[in-house]
Design a protein around this ligand. Structure first.
Ligand code: SPV
Ligand code: MG
Length: 539
């Protein structure tokens, strides 16, 4: 149904209806989602969100522009608070035409003088418009509309300006006669007495709209009993956002840290949802060429993980339970979260116990006598040739989705992720792949490419720039050549026990640029019972 017709139906419905204020595209969407059948384009809120006064400081085209955003993202009608019509009858006509063009269903104009002031600021000092002149403006607006269902609401400010009931009725009567589709009767009292007295006298001559901002304590049933057409909640969405923003800004400022607010604010994905990100994703699938395929992953999970003792007697480390679920399921989940669904797991030790759904499996049956590269080769040999990038990681490394996301976003032919807080690992005695890079991490490194120079467990401490986290990304277009390096090591040189760092070092020697992505944290290598305990809180 047309928005103009929807609004007309609200005005004419035989029950009390509600409009809620919104002041930009986001708030309009939120108001519609809450269930409101219509939106009040409040002059107070629109000016406030621009950071200016409700005194026609924002130009009418600036208001119009914001209304367009609001209208574009909603399907319910918008009643614009059009102040005084931003000028005389002529400006009113142009306003109505422009509002119709932008899908706005109705406009409300008030009988004050341009530039107006908000009714709650020294209301009694505000001069009212000449009644005849205001009637001409209403007529002009009605004559300008192209759509019969577009509505013009006339707002009577007689009570605000201290004139009383008789003047309110006299004006309402003329505005009604001039063609107004409804009367908005405004009052600044904290009780509804004025609007109730008006409605009693006015009866059913036309629909009557109210704005109970000041008499907010009045039970809504009173408005129902008196037969008002629409109640407008005129500024509460703006005010709630102000309190939310003030609290968050203060908390972040004082804490110099985001933990202070993270759990009390919506997640970023809620912002994306409200922006309609999903629709764009669907559209991309429909309209974009299918060149950039999502990456595939290979997870090396053939070994037992003896250090976990009895826990790996009946299953390999990748299947050890963490908070009630196998480690491998967290790995699967983190990859899935960034769109990586094609995941090949290399099994070895007690392979039949590695059986989570949704994963591809290949087996390195000689896992006891071979190293990581043999497992990797088994996986790569089984992969279909296509143009997807490849991410390789281990079955005993937990990680946040941030890691594969960062690798997917990276454009280099190869990339590894390096933890700069390597000192934690340097004296634990456990096996660690340290890396030496073209330059160490520093604050001003962003924007420069840092490359791997060599990776080994025994790099002299003064040359260590970080700890490899076990992630490698290989771009589709170099995958074939990296596979040749792998064949060369495993088959030609017969190095059945070769490890991932051997492959990376060989690639560096061949002249590949292996991009280093420095980070800190976001992963956990499960190498001991202590690690397993930490894993509980990590997940
Ligand atoms: C507005 O929301 O801008 C209004 C209503 O005009 S009030 O602020 O109550 O006057
Ligand atoms: Mg206003």
């Amino acid at each position: 149904m047309k928005k103009t017709t929807q609004f007309r139906n609200l005005l004419l419905s035989d029950q009390l209806e509600f409009l809620c204020e919104a002041h930009n595209g986001l708030s309009a969407r939120i108001v519609e989602e809450a269930g409101f059948k219509g939106i009040w384009g409040s002059g107070l809120s629109l000016s406030a969100q621009y950071g200016v006064r409700d005194n026609n400081e924002a130009s009418w085209t600036q208001v119009l522009e914001m209304l367009e955003f609001m209208s574009d993202v909603t399907s319910v009608p918008i009643l614009l608070d059009g102040d005084t019509g931003y000028g005389n009858f002529n400006n009113m006509q142009r306003l109505v035409r422009k509002l119709e063009q932008r899908g706005i269903a109705a406009v409300c104009i008030e009988d004050k003088l341009f530039p107006k002031t908000n009714s709650f600021i020294r209301g009694s000092a505000q001069p009212l418009a000449n009644m005849e002149e205001f009637c001409g403006k209403i007529k002009a607006g009605k004559d300008a509309q192209a759509d019969d269902d577009f509505s013009v609401v006339a707002r009577v400010e007689a009570f605000i300006a201290g004139w009383g009931l008789d003047e309110a009725l006299r004006r309402a009567e003329s505005y009604h006669a001039a063609g107004a589709d409804a009367i908005l009767i405004h009052s600044a009292l904290s009780v509804p007495d004025e609007v109730l007295a008006f409605k009693k006298e006015w009866a059913e001559r036309s629909p009557v709209v109210i704005v109970p901002t000041k008499y907010y304590a009045t039970p809504t049933d009173v408005f129902r009993e008196y037969g008002f057409s629409i109640a407008i909640w005129a500024n509460q969405i703006l005010r709630s956002s102000i309190s939310g923003m003030q609290k968050a800004a203060k908390a972040i400022y004082e804490a110099e840290n985001l933990l202070a607010v993270e759990d009390r604010i919506v997640p970023v994905r809620e912002v994306f949802r409200l922006q309609g990100a999903d629709d764009l994703e669907l559209a991309e699938k429909r309209y974009l060429p299918r060149s950039g395929k999502t990456a595939k992953a290979v997870v090396l999970a053939a070994s037992r993980g003896k250090e976990l003792e009895s826990l790996t007697e009946e299953k390999p480390k990748a299947m050890v339970q963490i908070a009630g679920r196998p480690l491998l399921s967290y790995i699967n989940e983190a990859y899935n979260a960034v769109g990586i669904k094609d995941i090949t797991v290399v099994r070895g030790y007690l392979k039949e116990t590695v059986d989570l759904p949704g994963l591809r499996y290949v087996d390195n049956d000689d896992y006891e006598n071979t190293g990581e590269l043999c497992s990797l080769k088994t996986a790569l040999d089984s992969l279909e040739a296509d143009n997807a990038d490849l991410v390789i990681s281990y079955g005993d490394v937990l990680f946040k989705k941030y890691i594969p996301q960062m690798l997917q976003d990276n454009d280099a032919e190869m990339a590894i992720v390096v933890d700069t807080s390597w000192q934690n690992s340097s004296n634990t005695g456990r096996y660690t792949d340290f890396v030496q890079c073209s330059e160490p991490y520093s604050r001003d490194i962003y924007g420069r490419q840092v490359c791997l120079e060599c990776m080994a467990p025994d790099i002299p401490v003064e040359k260590i720039h970080g700890e490899w986290m076990g992630f490698v990304k290989i771009k589709a277009d170099v995958l074939q050549r990296v596979q040749e390096e792998l064949d060369n090591l495993v088959n030609k040189q017969g190095r059945k026990d070769a490890k991932m760092h051997d492959l990376l070092n060989a690639c560096v020697e061949r002249g590949y640029l292996v991009d280093v992505l420095y980070t800190s944290g976001h992963w956990l290598d499960i190498d001991s019972l202590d690690d397993l305990e930490r894993a509980g809180s990590f997940v």
